[in-house]
Design a protein around this ligand. Structure first.
Ligand code: PMP
Length: 420
């Protein structure tokens, strides 16, 4: 039995009351791209700008001290959210993309050389592929990919065999696929990778919104996620790194705030976390992010996952009955609240456009996973992605609209209409 009532939380999200251009009420099912923000997050940022905002770390005046305190408190909140051993292991970045680029540049340039291997899964987002391709161009290392099974999962044996064969310097994996929804066993694979001497980076962009991220339980060396996917602001994300690794790495961006000393002949770096935070950081965004971590923790990450599972099961049991509709992703027990869809003979953009006329926001395209789409021999998919504020009624609206799409656009649907 599921006693979760999304309507309790919907009241916190003013934007969910909106209507779209067609006049239909909004069913926001594009949460894997970016979630919406509750009033608590908007107010935390408003309060910063209205009452105590100033630049951090440098000023000896009241507002700067208050802002610095709030910014460092935000780091403490995020450290608690991740169960990091120390707040200095939490680096504020511009987002998952910036976090992974920081590791590829800083750790990568210092560690990787010609012939070395970076191991990825084929399900990675471009943010966890392109920085490694760029590292390969600079260093002469190469990038290898783990294939995915027909059921959209990857077996431990395949991971072990690749680790054995390639002896990678780095295994960089997503904790959950933004296209398929598949949840990967991070702690198990991290153990396997460590047994083979690899360093592990986890792209937690799609995990942090929906499951407890415990960096110590995972034992991952680096973990990246974005604020805007967990009800927080845009323009901020996190790079968690084990202190010993971050300490040994050279800074990536240079500038104010990341130095201890600068002379005409060189510089020395500040200690963690400042070493990796050159320039004025996203101050109000960090404060908003901390509010978001508190908000979703209060909702309860286990309850969020359970509710999304209910919505997925409810929608998929009906979608599977529709002619020509293929669910591109594993069964709901193996994934988060993402439904990847392919409808025979219908372009994903037509799906998305028709759904918009019904007020339903979904995404269509390759979702920044072109190698995965190529691997699956698909040009594009339509993706509905749930969050805790979505309702069973919205899941039903999705199904009804997909039935309409099938009738309107699919060759089989059109044929059936003519006959009847
Ligand atoms: N990795 C995954 C799995 C994602 O879903 C996303 C966002 N779609 C990213 C990385 C990139 O996140 P951002 O755009 O916030 O840097």
């Amino acid at each position: 039995a599921n006693d979760f009532d999304p309507n309790v939380y919907r009241a916190d999200f003013p934007i969910l009351e909106r209507r779209v251009a067609s006049g239909a009420s909004l069913a926001f099912l594009d949460n894997a791209a970016s979630t919406q923000r509750p009033a608590a997050v908007i107010e935390a940022m408003n309060d910063c700008y209205r009452s105590y905002y100033a630049n951090v770390h440098r000023g000896i005046h009241t507002l700067s001290e208050e802002s610095t305190h709030a910014y460092e408190q935000a780091r403490e909140s995020v450290a608690a959210f991740l169960n990091a051993a120390a707040a200095r292991e939490v680096i504020f970045t511009a987002g998952t993309t910036a976090s992974i680029n920081t590791v590829a540049r800083s750790w990568g340039d210092a560690t990787v050389g010609p012939g070395d291997v970076i191991l990825l899964t084929i399900a990675e987002h471009h943010a966890n592929i392109v920085p490694w391709h760029q590292l390969a161009q600079r260093s002469g290392c190469r990038v290898e990919f783990l294939p995915i099974n027909d059921d959209y999962t990857i077996n431990d044996e395949v991971v072990s065999a690749a680790l054995q064969r390639f002896q990678p310097k780095m295994f960089a994996m997503t904790a959950a696929s933004n296209t398929l929804g598949t949840i990967f066993p991070v702690a198990r694979w991290t153990k396997l990778a460590h047994d083979h001497g690899a360093t592990v980076l986890v792209d937690a962009a799609q995990a942090a919104p929906h499951q407890v991220v415990d960096v110590q339980a995972w034992d991952a060396d680096f973990v990246a996620f974005s604020g805007h996917k967990i009800c927080g602001p845009t323009g901020i994300g996190v790079l968690f790194g084990k202190e010993s690794l971050l300490d040994a790495m050279p800074p990536f961006l240079g500038g104010g705030g990341m130095i201890r000393d600068v002379t005409t002949s060189g510089f020395t770096s500040a200690a963690l976390p400042e070493k990796f935070e050159a320039g004025t950081p996203p101050i109000a965004e960090a404060i908003g992010l901390a509010a978001a971590t508190r908000y979703i923790t209060a909702v309860g990450l286990d309850r969020i996952a359970a509710h999304e599972h209910v919505l997925c099961e409810h929608a998929e049991s009906q979608l599977r009955q529709i002619d020509g509709v293929r669910i591109v992703g594993p069964t709901p027990d193996k994934k988060g609240g993402i439904i990847g869809l392919h409808i025979a003979g219908v372009h994903a953009h037509d799906v998305s456009q028709h759904l918009d006329t019904r007020g339903i926001a979904v995404r269509a395209g390759h979702h920044c996973t072109m190698p995965l789409h190529h691997h699956l021999n698909l040009a594009a998919t339509a993706r509905a992605s749930f969050y805790f504020y979505n309702t069973i009624e919205e899941a039903d609206r999705l199904v009804e609209a997909i039935v309409e799409v099938q009738k309107k656009f699919a060759p089989s649907g059109r044929k059936r209409q003519k006959r009847s």
